[in-house]
Write a protein that binds this ligand. Structure first.
Ligand code: FAD
Length: 655
């Protein structure tokens, strides 16, 4: 018999989705266990596209600097097609990501590096038990205890497994490659006896063939197709002029996608006839795929002496219709959506799933949010998965030549729907453009929303007023703009003051606070938000809800008055908190004005569509906008917070 251990969250699978869930647990100090059947993280191949929103998310954990420095920035995309006389010709060159949407843009870096950095982050915090070469064998749910969130109704037997064979990487000997010397195992891991884990929550991040999903009797639904593609990571030797651009080539010989990577690598996706796919699988030889690449790229020369990784796959778009059960069991990543790599979304959407889930779970465990809010995971992420599948279907229709009604003749051209689908992909359809619909964690912009009720607080739901910030979208992530610190004039990006800690952030856009009326309105906030009995102070001071030194709800002020006309000590104390040991906190007041040494300052109010009378914005821990109202609408704000937090934290003084 083995041990029985208790953990708040059991995460099955240490791929990108599982590691992002673990990163939240690590950061928010929740006891969790992450298991994986493999001894190693991914070493080569698989996903490589990082879209802007994923980079913003990695930045919120302090991980983007390394990733951004090592990644290849895929700035342009070129479309190549065949001419009537069969020649290959460049048709268009455009930006690969929509300029101005994010301070990051689409980049490529191997999944190996992303997993490595996330795992380092998780390991560094010490509260997540990491067990490799471990699989679950049974899952039992105690339905009598399922509604009591202090109980551990999930019981899982774990078994140690012999390490699966090492991934096949050919190990190009270039700086930064991690394929040449592999350690025995990533972690001290798990050896010996079997273990029973009792958990409050389980998150299945165990990939497309998810064991957790199967145990729940759920299936991926959708199309499996017989369109085969080959994938190669190579160091190319070529005279093709656009090899360092992202390219799509459509010729009568088939379709090919070129994606420049870090370390001078290039990822190539090439359309295959089924007999070529069969030959590749029999011979396990990347040269079989290179022959197909060469056919499509003629008359350009394309050779390589280094095939780092290769594989083949059949396109299929499937989604799991249920991704959260009983507010206790959750599925994420490839376990709930599989699609082709054409949109470069696999790793991104998978991490974004658990970026959405992780803080919610941790906040419920810490008693700061009502368990009912866990319903929002399915409400928010299932539509994203469905949209991704629909986009991928359109991209595949445009790319897979055998699907073209006119066969070869039509094949060298990019039809209108394919171009539109590519534009949607380039504006980061699944990341930056995601807008969550009104639910418990997103206050509606209409007076009455059927089906949206406060968690445990009987009063009318709060309402957002979008007209106060005409370019912000309630439910979307807040865009980042340059802001200047009131005290030291240092410039920083708005999102940089919103790190992933589990903290909600109330931003008071104070408008022109040189105007006496605006100053009066700010002082009123001191009396209401700063009152010891206000919901924010109650949440922040509640013994069970503070975590790792961060407040549950942080507050800051961004104004647009002339910085030199404002003195910090004249502002309400809620914006210049003071402690005996650390003195004044100077990080709470910011200005929308030009910076001395950076371009782009002084644009925030205009870009967000906020007037001189300002507004208040409540951001969730994932930077999505939950509530937007007048800067004096403290009642509305309190109602919103009370509807999502447990009753023991409440003691309203307003209204
Ligand atoms: P995964 O990365 O699959 O992670 C799941 C983890 O769970 C794995 O570490 C696995 O070992 C573990 N696991 C599974 N079952 C169990 C179990 N029973 N017990 C314990 N642990 C378990 N995407 C692209 O964009 N471009 C590509 O070219 C591309 N190529 C790919 C090639 C292959 C061979 C595969 C498998 C995927 C590829 N993908 C590609 C998809 C991309 O890798 C995924 O979208 C992404 O990794 C999803 O992350 P995830 O964490 O959801 O799942």
């Amino acid at each position: 018999m083995g041990d029985t251990v208790r953990t708040d969250v059991l995460i099955v699978g240490a791929g990108p989705a599982g590691l992002m869930a673990a990163a939240w647990m690590a950061q928010m100090g929740v006891q969790a266990m992450i298991i994986d059947q493999k001894a190693y993280h991914t070493r080569c191949g698989r996903a490589d596209g990082l879209e802007s929103r994923t980079l913003e998310i990695l930045d919120s954990f302090g991980l983007a600097d390394r990733v951004w420095a090592e990644a290849n920035h895929t700035v342009e995309i070129a479309l190549w097609g065949g001419t009537v006389d069969g020649k290959l010709q460049r048709q268009t060159v455009t930006p690969n990501s929509q300029p101005g949407w994010s301070r990051f843009h689409e980049s490529t870096l191997s999944q190996a590096k992303v997993e490595e950095y996330l795992m380092e982050y998780v390991r560094g915090h010490g509260n997540v038990d990491i067990r490799r070469e471990t699989t679950p064998t049974t899952l039992e749910i105690d339905y009598d205890a399922i509604d009591d969130h202090s109980k551990f109704p999930i019981r899982v037997n774990l078994e140690s497994v012999a390490s699966l064979s090492k991934p096949h990487c050919n190990g190009i000997e270039t700086p930064g490659s991690d394929t040449s010397s592999e350690p025995q195992s990533d972690d001290s891991g798990y050896a010996g006896m079997d273990t029973v884990v009792e958990a409050k929550y389980i998150v299945g991040c165990d990939g497309a063939r998810s064991w957790v999903r199967k145990e729940l009797g759920l299936r991926l639904e959708g199309e499996n197709s017989s369109d085969y593609w080959g994938v190669l990571d190579i160091l190319p030797v070529t005279n093709f002029p656009d090899i360092r651009k992202r390219c799509i080539l459509k010729t009568k010989h088939g379709t090919l996608m070129v994606i420049p990577r870090e370390r001078k690598l290039v990822r190539i996706y090439v359309e295959l006839h089924s007999d070529v796919a069969t030959r590749y699988r029999e011979e396990e030889d990347g040269e079989v795929l290179m022959n197909e690449v060469q056919k499509i790229m003629r008359p350009y020369m394309m050779k390589t002496k280094n095939i780092e990784w290769s594989t083949t796959y059949a396109v299929g778009q499937r989604v799991c219709p249920k991704i959260g059960l009983h507010n206790r069991i959750f599925l994420a990543g490839d376990a709930i959506h599989t699609h082709s790599p054409k949109a470069g979304q696999g790793m991104n959407v998978s991490m974004q799933d658990t970026f959405n889930l992780g803080w919610k779970l941790a906040s419920v465990i810490q008693g700061a949010l009502h368990p009912q809010i866990l319903e929002t995971y399915q409400q928010e992420r299932l539509p994203v998965a469905e949209r991704l599948i629909a986009l991928d279907q359109r991209l595949c229709r445009g790319m897979c030549s055998r699907r073209d009604a006119d066969g070869e003749t039509n094949h060298s051209w990019f039809d209108e729907d394919h171009r539109r689908a590519m534009e949607e992909e380039n504006s980061s359809a699944s990341g930056l453009a995601v807008i969550y619909k009104p639910n418990l964690l997103v206050a509606s912009t209409t007076p009455c929303v059927a089906g949206v009720k406060p968690g445990n607080y009987e009063m009318a739901p709060s309402r957002s007023k979008p007209s106060l910030a005409t370019n912000l979208r309630v439910g979307a992530r807040i865009p980042s703009m340059l802001i200047i610190n009131q005290s030291d004039a240092q410039a920083c990006h708005l999102q940089q003051i919103l790190p992933s800690t589990g903290q909600w952030n109330l931003i008071i856009f104070g408008g022109n606070i040189a105007n006496p009326r605006q100053i009066w309105r700010l002082s009123h906030l001191e009396e209401t938000l700063g009152h010891p009995e206000s919901i924010i102070q109650r949440l922040n001071n509640h013994a069970s809800v503070t975590t790792r030194g961060f407040s549950r709800v942080g507050m800051c002020l961004i104004h647009c008055a002339d910085r030199h006309s404002i003195e910090l000590q004249d502002l309400p104390t809620i914006f210049r908190p003071w402690t005996e040991d650390r003195g004044v906190d100077y990080s709470k007041v910011w200005v929308d004005e030009e910076a001395y040494h950076h371009t782009g300052g002084g644009q925030l109010y205009k870009s967000f569509g906020i007037g001189l009378e300002g507004c208040m914005v409540l951001l969730r821990p994932d930077q999505h906008l939950a509530f937007l109202s007048d800067m004096d609408d403290v009642k509305g704000l309190e109602r919103f917070l009370m509807s999502i937090t447990p009753e023991e934290c409440h003691n309203p003084v307003i209204g």
